[in-house]
Design a protein around this ligand. Structure first.
Ligand code: URA
Length: 209
């Protein structure tokens, strides 16, 4: 699908299979999410711009590659986004972090913002929005809208699983935002869960119901 990158690295796919299993414990799920998010982060940052810096090694001077521009932003959609965040920060510890808190209004089923905090200079930074599950895409669409209102114009969206319905809605709302995912699953069920999926990512990572 246009604008969508499926990260089919064998390690990602193997870890994802263990995460999907219903008997996988909370502790294992959390550990695997941390490991997989590091691998996903590696792929989503693969084509970052590089410049050079004059450095001295113990032997000589050289022009050595370094990341160009301002520090990245990882924008976590609460609460499940935080599960991806930790592994990504292991890989890019200097990244800045934005948090977008949304809950679903039980009457309208629409997402409502309850928290928003983002670093400054959003217009000058690459923003990688993270949420493990791109299901209906309601939250993802709103989160990206809010980040754009804050000045962000260079964004990517990273998830673990995506439903075709959510992908289509998200791509329609934000055609400029490339989506990275480990899998495009079959469909959404009537309750908005991804099938075959892995259940509720937040519940599985935090041991709630
Ligand atoms: N959110 C989840 O955690 N799981 C789904 O299947 C859909 C949305």
């Amino acid at each position: 699908m246009d604008g969508v990158t499926v990260i089919d690295h064998p390690l990602v796919q193997h870890k994802l299979t263990i995460m999907r299993k219903k008997q996988t414990s909370t502790a294992s799920f959390r550990q695997l999410l941390r490991e997989i998010s590091t691998l996903l982060c590696y792929e989503v940052t693969r084509n970052l711009e590089i410049t050079t810096e004059r450095i001295e090694t113990p032997l000589t001077e050289m022009d050595a590659p370094v990341l160009e521009g301002k520090k990245l932003v990882f924008a976590s959609i609460l609460r499940a986004g935080n599960g991806l965040l930790e592994g990504m920060l292991d890989l890019v510890p200097a990244a800045r972090v934005a948090h977008v808190g949304l809950y679903r209004d039980e009457r309208t089923l629409e997402p409502v913002e309850y928290y928003f905090k983002a670093p400054d200079h959003m217009a000058d930074r690459l923003v990688i929005v993270v949420d493990p599950m791109l299901a209906t895409a309601n939250s993802a669409i709103l989160a990206v809208e809010r980040l754009k209102q804050q000045g962000a114009s260079n964004l990517r969206f990273l998830c673990l699983l995506a439903a075709p319905e959510g992908l289509e809605r998200f791509r329609h709302a934000h055609p400029d935002v490339q989506v990275f995912t480990a899998s495009i699953d079959s469909h959404l069920n009537e309750k908005g869960y991804i099938v075959p999926g892995l259940g509720d990512a937040g519940d599985r990572m935090y041991g709630t119901k």
